[in-house]
Design a protein around this ligand. Structure first.
Ligand code: HEM
Length: 136
């Protein structure tokens, strides 16, 4: 049982690191000097990975929770809220992306929103991890 918890937590952490890397790549692309057509092609490629990794974080988290007999803690509550926020902002960003017009202002507004969304996600990822290790 201990082995299962250890493996699930390790996997949970691996996916959190992967998410951090993916967010970093997205931020780099959004702030690079590419044309919007080139940029959107890259972003389209990365979008599914973002949700796959978020699902993997949830899945590994649920396994750890189940093995620990659904013992609840404040840091667990924070993780679930942060995760929900990332999904909610992701959906908002997706809706905004679909409505982008061919005008420069519309594309710029999307880039600004997406940059803020990913920067906040990165901060939340770090803050949640720091919170866990300091409170735990
Ligand atoms: C993106 C959001 C999340 C972040 C940044 C995050 C981060 C972390 C970190 C840093 C740990 C500590 C691992 C260790 O022991 O070294 C952890 C453990 C854990 N996470 Fe998450 N997590 C997130 C989402 C979730 C979700 C959505 C769930 C549940 C559905 C979850 C459930 C757990 C559980 C049960 C543990 C073990 C707690 C304990 O040992 O007391 N996490 N998480």
């Amino acid at each position: 049982m201990d082995e299962l918890i250890r493996l699930s937590i390790q996997l949970h952490l691996v996916f959190i690191v992967l998410l951090g890397l993916l967010i970093g790549i997205n931020l780099y692309l959004l702030n690079s000097d590419r044309t919007f057509v080139k940029l959107s092609k890259r972003l389209e490629l990365l979008a599914p990975q973002y949700y796959i990794i978020l699902s993997a974080i949830f899945f590994t988290g649920i396994i750890v929770m189940a093995v620990q007999q659904f013992h609840f803690s404040v840091s667990l509550g924070v993780m679930i809220i942060v995760w929900g926020g990332m999904i909610a902002f992701g959906i908002k960003g997706r809706r905004m992306y679909k409505k982008i017009e061919r005008t420069e202002s519309s594309q710029k507004a999307y880039k600004q929103f997406a940059s803020k969304k990913y920067a906040l996600a990165l901060l939340a990822l770090l803050a949640t991890s720091i919170f866990f290790y300091t409170v735990h």
